[in-house]
Design a protein around this ligand. Structure first.
Ligand SMILES: Cc1cc2nc3c(=O)[nH]c(=O)nc-3n(C[C@H](O)[C@H](O)[C@H](O)COP(=O)(O)OP(=O)(O)OC[C@H]3O[C@@H](n4cnc5c(N)ncnc54)[C@H](O)[C@@H]3O)c2cc1C
Length: 714
C-alpha cells in the first residue's frame, strides 16, 4: 500500500516520493492499488529500490539513543519525477556542490535551473558526519573526510573558513611552530563534523532555488546528439532531462556502472575512454571510533600521537590516534572527567587486507556506517575483543618512548583502562560495495591517459568532477581543484581564490610491498647543522623512477649524481647534495636517496627496487601564507619492509605484485605543465602519521616512533 509522503528527503523511511501523472515508468500503474490513485493530482510513494538503510532510524530501533546520531540535516525536496533542468548535478559531494554554487554565483545557471540528484539521503558523500552522539548528545564522529591541511589543501581551507565562514580548530598541533591541520568546530571550539562544509554548500544552493532530489541513484544517461539534451534514468524509476550540461560528481566504481549502461551518440563511450577511466584504483579504508564513558587515555597522558598494533583476520588491528576522536571534559583539576571517542583504527590499503577483521561486522555492505552496540551479542563480542586488544597493547606492547611518557606501571595502566569494554563504537567501512563511493579514495595506477581520465565525457557536455580523477587524490581538495579547472575551461568561470593554487600532481601506484623508515639502515641525509622541515620526510621511489632535470632531460633516480640540478616544482630547481644507495632487507632491495640543497625547498627522494614509487614528486615551496615550521636536524633510518602478508618463496617480481610501472612520456611528448606538475610532492606523503596515510603513506614515509612523539605537542 502507498505510504504517507515524507516531507523531506531526510525522513525517508526507504521510500521516494512520486508525483504521479500516470507515470509510464511505473509499470504498476495500470492495475492494483496504484491504479486507483493514478491521476494527475495524487501523490504516492513507492519503495525506494536498492537505497541505503536509514542509519539513524535503524540505530534508534535497536539500540539506546546515546549510541545513535541525530538525523542528518534536510533540505526542501523536489517531488518531481520527470524534472527538466538546465544543469543536472548528479552526486551531492563537495566538488559537485561547490561547482554548482559557482555556476549560480556566476550566473551560468539560475537556481531553479539546477537539479541536484543524490543516491543517498544526505549530502557530503565521503564526507560523512554523525552528530549528537553520546549521553549528552553532543559528540560527533566523522567516518569519512574530516580535516584540512592548509599547506596542501589551501582551496578546501579557504572555502570553509572564508567563503563559507565556518570556524575551524586545530586538529593536529604537532609542532611548536603551530597547527598543521584543522577540523571544523562549533562556536565553543568543539568538533562539529566536516560535513558542515558540503551542508553549507547545499544550503546556499537550496536558498538559491536549486531543486534537491535525495535517493535518486542515477543508472544511465542517454543523448541523441552530442551536446544535445541528456536523459537521465534513476533507479527509482524517475527520468530527468538535462538541457545543457550534466555534472557527474561520482567516484570511479559508481561512475563506471553508469557509463556502461549509458547510450551516447557518435560511437558512444570509446575503448580509449574506458582505458582512461580504468587508470585509477580505489583504496579500502576503515575507521573505528570506540566510545568510553571515561576517556582513560587522557588520564595516561596520551592525548597526542599514534597507536599501532598489528592485527589479522582474528586479532583486531589497532592503528589509531589519541588526538583524533571527539572528547568532552567536565570539571576542573582532580574533579575533571572526560568521555568520548578514541580513534582506534584508521587503516587503508588497496587489497583490503587491513579491513579483514572488520568487514564481517559491517551491518550493510552498501552503507559506510555501522553502529556496534553492547546490547546485541555480536556487538558485545566485537567490543570485548576490541577492548582486550587495547589492554594488550597498552599494558604489554607500547613502544618504550610511549611507556616513558605514560610513566606508569603495567598494573596502573591496567587499572586506568579498566576491564569494562566500551558500550558502543562506530565503524566506518569504505569498501568496493559502499553505495556511491566504491572505496575510500583513489590512486592513479597509470598516468599515460590521465588527461582523458580527468575529462572523459566533456565532448558531450557531461563533466566528471570528483576526487577520483583529480590531482589531489585522497582529499576533498582534488574534487575542488578539478571543479575549478572545469569551471574555467568549460564555463569561463575563474577561480575565486585570492592566491595561486599550487599545481599539484599526486601519483600513486598499486603495491603490495611497503617501504618503511624503520630500524635496519641508518641513512643520515641531513647535512650537519641544517634544519629540516618536520614534514620533509621520505618518499619511496623504485629504481627506474624518472627524475626531471632542470634542463628538461629525464634521468632514472639511481643515475642521479651529486651536483645534478633537478626540477623541484614550478620553475624551481635544486642541486643534489647527496645521492645515496643502500642495499637493505638482506640485499633484496635497494634504497636510493637524493638530498637536495635547501634553496630548492625540496625534500629527498627515496626508492627501493621492490617498491613502486612516484616520479620525481619533490616538494615545492608551500604557499606563502602557510607557516613553515622546522625541527632540529636529524638522521633518518630507512629500510624496505614487506607487507605483513608477504610470504617467503613468493616471487617479488613486478608482475606477481601487479606493479604497473608507468613510464612517463618522454619530455618531448609531455606538456610543459605536466613536467612542472610532476615535481610537486604529494601532501599525504608528508603527513606524520602512518595511520592517516593515503596511498603513498604506505609507500614509505615513516618516522621512528620516538622521534614522532618527541616532536608532538601533548
Ligand atoms: C576515511 C576517509 C578519510 C578522509 N580524510 C580526508 C581528510 O581529512 N580531508 C580531506 O580533504 N579529504 C579526506 N578524505 C577524502 C574526501 O572525503 C573525499 O576526497 C571527498 O569527500 C570527495 O568529494 P567528491 O566531491 O569527489 O565527492 P564524493 O564524496 O565522492 O561524493 C559523490 C556523491 O555522489 C553520490 N553518487 C554516487 N553515485 C551516484 C549515482 N549513481 N547517482 C546519484 N548519486 C551518486 C554519492 O552518494 C556521493 O554523495 C577522506 C576520505 C575517507 C574515506
Amino acid at each position: 500500500m502507498p505510504r504517507a509522503a515524507a516531507p523531506t528527503g531526510g525522513k525517508r523511511g526507504l521510500s521516494a516520493v512520486l508525483s504521479v501523472f500516470c507515470l509510464a515508468v511505473l509499470s504498476s500503474c495500470p492495475g492494483g492499488a496504484y491504479a486507483q490513485q493514478c491521476s494527475e493530482t495524487v501523490e504516492i510513494e513507492v519503495p525506494y529500490v536498492g537505497g541505503p538503510p536509514d542509519v539513524v532510524a535503524e540505530c534508534l530501533a535497536k539500540y539506546p539513543k546515546d549510541y545513535c546520531p541525530t538525523p542528518f540535516p534536510t533540505f526542501p525536496v523536489s517531488k518531481e519525477m520527470s524534472p527538466t533542468c538546465d544543469i543536472a548535478l548528479v552526486g551531492a559531494g563537495t566538488g559537485g556542490l561547490y561547482m554548482a554554487l559557482r555556476l549560480i554565483e556566476e550566473k551560468k545557471v539560475t537556481g531553479a535551473g539546477l537539479c541536484v540528484f543524490e543516491a543517498t539521503e544526505r549530502v557530503g558523500g565521503r564526507i560523512y558526519s554523525l552528530r549528537g552522539m553520546g549521553p549528552d548528545k553532543d559528540l560527533s564522529v566523522d567516518i569519512g573526510g574530516y580535516r584540512t591541511w592548509p599547506r596542501f589543501t589551501p582551496v578546501t581551507h579557504e572555502l570553509i573558513t572564508k567563503k563559507l565562514g565556518i570556524p575551524m580548530g586545530c586538529y593536529e598541533n604537532e609542532l611548536e611552530g603551530g597547527c598543521l591541520k584543522y577540523n571544523i568546530v562549533d562556536k565553543d571550539g568543539s568538533k562539529d563534523g566536516f560535513a558542515s562544509m558540503p551542508e553549507a554548500l547545499m544550503k546556499k544552493l537550496s536558498d538559491a532555488g536549486a531543486r534537491w532530489f535525495p535517493l535518486f541513484e542515477l543508472e544511465s544517461m542517454k543523448q541523441e546528439a552530442a551536446k544535445g539534451a541528456t536523459e537521465l534514468t534513476f533507479k527509482n524509476g524517475a527520468k530527468a532531462t538535462a538541457k545543457a550540461h550534466v555534472i557527474l560528481n561520482i567516484p570511479q566504481r559508481p561512475l563506471l556502472k553508469i557509463v556502461r549502461a549509458s547510450s551516447l551518440p557518435e560511437g558512444g563511450v570509446s575503448e580509449s575512454t574506458y582505458r582512461a577511466l580504468h587508470t585509477v584504483q580505489t583504496e579500502i579504508v576503515t575507521k573505528l571510533y570506540m566510545y568510553y564513558p571515561d576517556a582513560w587515555w587522557y588520564n595516561l597522558n596520551l592525548t597526542q600521537g599514534d597507536m599501532n598494533f598489528e592485527g589479522d583476520a582474528t586479532k583486531m588491528l589497532l592503528q589509531g590516534r589519541y588526538h583524533d576522536g571527539h572528547v568532552k571534559c567536565k570539571g576542573e583539576g582532580s574533579d575533571k572527567k572526560c568521555h568520548g571517542f578514541l580513534m582506534t583504527v584508521y587503516a587503508h590499503d588497496y587489497a583490503g587486507e587491513k579491513a579483514m577483521y572488520f568487514r564481517r561486522f559491517q551491518s550493510q555492505r552498501g552503507e559506510a556506517t555501522t553502529i556496534i552496540s553492547d546490547t546485541d551479542p555480536e556487538g558485545a563480542l566485537f567490543l570485548k575483543h576490541a577492548h582486550s586488544r587495547i589492554v594488550d597493547y597498552h599494558v604489554y606492547n607500547m613502544p618504550d618512548d610511549v611507556k616513558a611518557k605514560v610513566g606508569k606501571s603495567q598494573f596502573e595502566i591496567t587499572q586506568a583502562i579498566g576491564s569494562q569494554p566500551p558500550p558502543f563504537a562506530v565503524l566506518g567501512t569504505w569498501g568496493t560495495a559502499t553505495l556511491g563511493a566504491g572505496g575510500g579514495w583513489h590512486g592513479w595506477t597509470d598516468l599515460t591517459y590521465k588527461g582523458d581520465a580527468m575529462k572523459p565525457l566533456n565532448s558531450y557536455n557531461i563533466h566528471v568532477v570528483n576526487e577520483a580523477y583529480s590531482n589531489v587524490q585522497g582529499w576533498a581538495e582534488g574534487a575542488l581543484q578539478l571543479a575549478d579547472t572545469v569551471l574555467k575551461e568549460k564555463f569561463g568561470v575563474s577561480s575565486p581564490w585570492p592566491f595561486d593554487v599550487p599545481e599539484v600532481r599526486q601519483i600513486v601506484r598499486q603495491t603490495n610491498v611497503e617501504v618503511k623508515c624503520a630500524d635496519d639502515v641508518e641513512v643520515d641525509t641531513n647535512p650537519p647543522g641544517t634544519e629540516v622541515a618536520e614534514d620533509d620526510a621520505h618518499l619511496c621511489f623504485v629504481a627506474g623512477t624518472p627524475v626531471h632535470m632542470a634542463d628538461g632531460s629525464v634521468k632514472n633516480i639511481e643515475d642521479v649524481v651529486v651536483g645534478d640540478i633537478v626540477k623541484t616544482g614550478g620553475a624551481g630547481a635544486g642541486k643534489v647534495t647527496a645521492a645515496l644507495k643502500h642495499a637493505v632487507d638482506g640485499g633484496k632491495a635497494e634504497l636510493a636517496v637524493l638530498r637536495l640543497g635547501d634553496d630548492a625547498a625540496a625534500g629527498e627522494i627515496v626508492g627501493s627496487r621492490t617498491h613502486p614509487g612516484s616520479p620525481a614528486c619533490l616538494r615545492r615551496p608551500p604557499p606563502a601564507s602557510a607557516p613553515r615550521v622546522t625541527t632540529p636536524s636529524r638522521g633518518r633510518r630507512c629500510t624496505a619492509r614487506r607487507a605483513p602478508r608477504w610470504r617467503p618463496g613468493r616471487s617479488t617480481s613486478s608482475s606477481t605484485w601487479k606493479w604497473t610501472a608507468t613510464r612517463q612520456a618522454s619530455p618531448s611528448t609531455r606538456t610543459s605543465s605536466a613536467l612542472r606538475a610532476s615535481t610537486w610532492r604529494p601532501a599525504w606523503a608528508t603527513t606524520r602519521s602512518s595511520t592517516a596515510a593515503s596511498p603513498a603513506r604506505t609507500s614509505g614515509r615513516r618516522r621512528r616512533p620516538s622521534r614522532l612523539r618527541r616532536t608532538t605537542t601533548p
